[in-house]
Design a protein around this ligand. Structure first.
Ligand code: B3K
Ligand code: ZN
Length: 863
């Protein structure tokens, strides 16, 4: 298999200035005519051929400067054009006609059909499935696009930019012409055509310009678009205020599609979204859905500057736009929470995700730096490392330079690079130059994989009133990187004593080993370090239980307060102990504290995820960890049942439904309490859960009640599940929830195995292997989000996994490759799990028709 390497980057021999596309849409055979103005690139060599990419296309004709051209070669992946006019030294025009087959396209890359409508997905390399092209991000051109279709089938025709003409054509056809004023790489091209309707809104931006905002959906979904529109408007205002960045187009459109490989796509002026991240109504969407929609809408909108105006030179630089844009959407969502404690809640949620998913990735066979050095299939590198760890790296600039310094760096970045395709080094240089800082060591965050460990040693000298702190860093080997250089690690810290706290300071750990001495410390302090998770590291610190309890009850940094609670619970679970009385009292106090944010309370009482617990050891027995975690939670629930009962009453949110952070936080804590009450005593609380299920006026409450019943194996679970399906079977997104809930059911003694249930649901009338959301809601949910049911000692679920990967791969390699990663950490587990996982991986590897996507994942896992 071919590998691509970052250091082998070559600038293009040719570039494109102007691109005209004329696309006659037909589900069976779409005819694509292109007219491209080609220029020699900066590194052009005389007589060098022009090599265009093209995949699954039927070639029809080629003309150069208006004349039929015969000097070309076709392979399944390329069109190579020789004998260019004047050796290719001056501009010339290439005209190509080709055909593609949208209806047959199940990969959902390039042009495809979903529910009878046309959509495109071009990032990273999908444009080559529409026409022959220099399909690389450093080739930026202006586009003018004519779309043609039968008017009855496709009344709506959309593409990037501004609508400049519409025409009736013979035989019931019509056309629309779109022009995008900004040069863009091919991956940002988009078209949408079909029977869609929109809601629209006109807003005025900071410079006084009027802008048209539209959200396009299938007609029956129109009532579910308000929240997405509000989120878009809030995002536009936030980017003006925080970064001085204004919407640069007259028109900005969002379109929702139910068949989509990922969350959404930032095509210039025409964002295409998975319906999951657009459609919401209180009756069908949970609080988590509302929050996700807000953040994904913001993320794609923010790409308009970070990604589109300044884009990536090559795909190794992906984190340049993704890490930065995730950081921006995290900051936006935090601000939307409306308070400091709300901001902290958002931060804790983000870190929890990072540790649950990115830390395992960074310790496994697919570990890669945020700027990878090598890939076989770029689609496999849209990872939590590139995105979420990338965002942590961007956050560290802000921690080191301050909010103002960070803004100066952003301003310089746009001043230097607007309209260009650049690298992560360019971003770092802008940050360094704008602040006159030497950030050369900071580059190691871009080049080295693995989660750094920071070991903490402390000593208090009561006589000299001195506190000594020693920090040492290390980072374990990752594939291809046996040895690591030290990182530049910003650590926020504070010493906490009974007589008051020292000011918070920022330590910069740059050496392997570094010491600090603090004077005039009159009492042995408790150390609060890596506050607000200022660096994405693993802290190795044997802090005593009493110190952790102090932090859990008193730290003024909400993140570290939460963190101390997680550590306390984690240690006990890993030692298979129940919570002791001190910890129970600390939980109780926290629950009863009237000044604490309900969302914070819920997070503080939520136990560390199993996937994070696995990472703390080796020869991991997943069933033991599951049992220990269950027992711990059961004890917690029993001890605190009175408090949970009170909370369940207090946290009711009467009145019309509101989706804001504060109300959602209350609802979350209430439903957490309900779950704990069933945990403590199923029989007593089942009627309450059934009542909530039946009377709920919103999906958060209804779904939470149903989950309580299902997960605690309550008698009414079955009938409520059936009721839920009947109520919502016409709504695909809610049907996904119904599948997911059953796929994530923990192992239950009486209910029979979850695997059998999943196998049964796989045959359900509503299951579809070609719809990514449905597949993820059943198969990915079971294999990746239900560790206790998945890791069964007989290996039966691993066989199911192998069958599923093999069945999915021919349909949609990207979705299959994501599932393929479920066994990444097989070496971490004890026998018999490890051997059984290994055997399942071998079984997939045996298949000789694997896609390059799945092959890369499996080969790396077995290496
Ligand atoms: N940039 C897209 C992701 C494209 C994934 C291609 N396999 C969405 C986003 O990050 O906003
Ligand atoms: Zn993105």
């Amino acid at each position: 298999p071919q590998s691509f390497r970052r250091l082998e980057y070559q600038p293009p021999n040719y570039t494109f200035r102007h691109v005209e596309l004329d696309i006659a849409l037909d589900p069976a055979r779409t005819i694509v005519k292109s007219r491209i103005e080609v220029l020699p690139g900066a590194s052009h060599v005389d007589q060098i051929p022009l090599v265009l990419q093209g995949q699954e296309l039927e070639f029809v004709s080629l003309r150069i400067d208006g004349e039929a051209h015969k000097h070309f070669e076709l392979t399944p992946e390329t069109l190579t054009i020789h004998s260019l006019p004047r050796g290719g030294k001056e501009a010339f025009i290439v005209e190509i006609i080709c055909v593609c087959y949208p209806e047959k396209n199940t990969t959902l890359m390039g042009l495809y059909v979903s529910n009878g409508n046309f959509f495109t997905q071009c990032e990273a390399e999908g444009f080559r499935k529409i026409t022959y092209f220099l399909d690389r991000p450093d080739v930026m051109a202006r586009y003018r696009v004519v779309l043609r279709a039968r008017e009855t089938e496709c009344p709506v025709l959309l593409a990037n930019g501004n609508l400049i003409a519409q025409e009736k054509l013979p035989n019931g056809w019509h056309s629309a012409t779109w022009e995008d004023p900004f040069p863009k790489p091919s991956y940002l091209f988009a078209l949408v055509a079909g029977k869609l309707e929109c809601i629209e809104e006109t807003i005025t931006t900071s410079s006084g310009a009027k802008k048209l905002l539209q959200i396009w959906v299938e007609p029956h979904d129109l009532p579910k678009t308000r929240h997405a529109m509000d989120s878009l408007i809030a995002s536009i205002h936030w980017d003006e205020k925080r970064f001085g960045l204004e919407l640069d187009l007259e028109r900005f459109m969002i379109v929702a599609v139910s068949d989509f490989n990922m969350g959404a796509m930032e095509n210039k002026g025409l964002n295409i979204f998975n319906t999951k991240f657009v459609l919401a109504q209180p009756e069908t969407a949970t609080d988590v859905d509302f929050a996700n929609i807000e953040s994904v809408v913001a993320h794609e909108y923010f790409h308009n500057w970070t990604g589109n105006r300044v884009t990536c030179r090559d795909w190794f630089q992906l984190s340049l736009k993704e890490g930065l844009t995730v950081f921006r959407d995290q900051e936006f969502s935090a601000d939307q929470m409306g308070s400091d404690s709300g901001r902290a809640v958002k931060r804790i949620e983000d870190v929890r995700l990072l540790r649950q998913i990115q830390f395992p990735e960074d310790a496994g066979p697919m570990a890669h730096p945020i700027r990878p050095d090598e890939y076989q299939e770029i689609n496999n590198f849209y990872t939590v490392t590139v995105y979420e760890k990338g965002a942590e790296v961007v956050r560290m600039y802000q921690t080191l330079l301050g909010k103002e310094g960070f803004r100066k760096g952003m301003d310089l970045y746009f001043k230097r690079h607007d309209g260009q395709a650049v690298t992560c080094d360019d971003f770092l240089a802008a940050m360094a130059d704008a602040n006159q800082r030497d950030l050369s060591q900071f580059k190691n965050w871009y080049s080295q994989a693995g989660t750094p460990h920071v070991k903490v040693e402390e000593r208090y000298d009561g006589e000299k009133k001195q506190y000594h702190l020693n920090l040492s860093q290390s980072c374990t080997a990752t594939p291809g990187q046996p040895q690591k250089k030290p990182f530049h690690i910003p650590l926020k810290m504070r010493l906490i004593t009974e007589q008051g706290d020292q000011a918070e300071i920022l330590l910069e750990l740059t050496q392997v080993n570094q010491s600090w001495t603090f004077d005039c410390i009159n009492q042995r302090p408790v150390l609060s370090i890596n506050r607000n998770f200022s660096a994405p590291i693993q802290l190795d610190f044997d802090q005593s239980q009493d110190d952790l309890l102090t932090l859990f009850s008193h730290d003024d940094d909400p993140f570290n307060r939460w963190e101390a609670g997680q550590k306390l619970a984690m240690q006990m679970i890993l030692e298979n102990r129940l919570p002791d009385q001190k910890l129970i009292e600390a939980y109780r106090e926290l629950l009863l504290d009237p000044n604490l944010d309900p969302a914070f309370k819920e997070l503080a009482l939520t136990l560390p995820a199993e996937s994070y617990l696995y990472e703390q050891g080796h020869d991991v027995d997943p069933q033991k960890i599951y049992q220990a975690r269950c027992a711990f939670r059961h004890a917690m629930a029993s001890e605190l049942r009175m408090e949970f009962a009170a909370i369940y009453q207090q946290m009711q949110t009467p009145g019309p439904f509101k989706s804001d952070g504060v109300t959602a936080g209350k609802r979350g804590l209430k439903n957490f309490a309900l779950n704990m009450l069933l945990e403590a005593d199923v029989s007593v609380w089942v009627p309450m859960a059934v009542n909530q299920y039946q009377t709920a006026d919103n999906m958060s409450d209804r779904y939470a009640a149903l989950a309580c019943l299902v997960n605690h194996d309550a008698k009414p679970a079955k009938s409520c599940l059936a009721d839920f399906y009947e109520r919502f079977k016409s709504d695909p997104l809610v049907t996904d929830k119904w599948f997911a809930l059953q796929a994530m059911r923990p192992p239950l003694e009486l209910a029979g195995s979850t695997l059998n249930e999943v196998r049964y649901l796989r045959q359900h009338e509503a299951f579809k292997l070609n719809n990514p959301n449905r597949v993820r809601s059943l198969i990915h949910a079971f294999c990746m989000n239900n560790p206790a049911s998945f890791h069964q000692a007989d290996g039966s679920a691993y066989n199911f996994w192998a069958e599923s990967v093999l069945a999915l791969d021919p349909v949609n390699p990207q979705v299959a490759a994501r599932l393929a990663r479920a066994l990444d950490r097989w070496r971490l587990f004890a026998e018999p799990y490890r051997s059984k996982m290994h055997a399942a991986l071998e079984r997939v590897a045996q298949c000789n028709t694997l896609s390059s996507d799945v092959r890369e994942v499996i080969v790396k896992a077995l290496a």
